[in-house]
Design a protein around this ligand. Sequence first.
Ligand SMILES: N[C@@H](CCC(=O)N[C@@H](CS)C(=O)NCC(=O)O)C(=O)O
Length: 254
Amino acid sequence: MSIVLYGHRLSQPCRAVEILLRELDTPYTWQTIDFANGETQEPWYAERINTFETVPALVATTAQDEAGHELHLGESHAILRYLCRGAPRSASAGTWYPGDHDPVRAARIDQWLDWHHANIRRHDMFHHIMNLHLTLPMLKREIQATLLKPLQDRLRPGLARLEHQLGRNDGTDGASPYLCDDDTPSIADLAIACELHQLVAVGYRFDRFPALRRWLEALGARPHFRDVSQAISEQGRTIRAQDGNHLDLTGAFG
Ligand SMILES: N[C@@H](CCC(=O)N[C@@H](CS)C(=O)NCC(=O)O)C(=O)O
């Protein structure tokens, strides 16, 4: 299978897909798409690569259907599932997502993936953090009050739900440190951790959610996660150094 991944390393869903490709030892070609400047809407991309006009997108040149059409796929969760189902070299693909081999576990993972889009991802505040970083000092207070603060408030119940799930077995032997009662992470752990990791990168602390914090640290310490997250970690350091106390780093979730 020959794979091209179109993406950007400051994008959470792109990082999740790239980390999985590396975890599965699947060869791929990377192509950076400048989504912040509208490249996903340019005709060459919107018409030929991903009609949803977003990153990530994956083109699998040797995965043709009966009519000879190549697979062009948008939506990170669909890409994550496809990669696990189709990974020829990986013994671990089934642990990330078992597909038809274990419909019950696959359903549990799907449940958290769907929940993620409607909850954690929905209250994504990173682009507002970027705006805050780039804007004039006189507008920073307004961005914090009108955009960031409400998103922080809406994200908190989702964090509490994750904390409940991740902390459910605390104190018992053999407790799963991951979302779906497993010893190893699934693609749901990966997708959600990539989203929250970028908040940690800019300096937010999850002290009020200790099980969630431990889970994020464990995923963040995996070598592929760390390597693919390098650009966001650097961006986070820059923002943190210049945020002028407008991010409420310790108070929001600490
Ligand atoms: N539900 C999509 C979301 C993808 C998405 O929001 N991508 C952003 C970058 S993080 C993007 O391409 N934005 C460009 C745009 O919307 O014009 C997925 O999971 O793949």
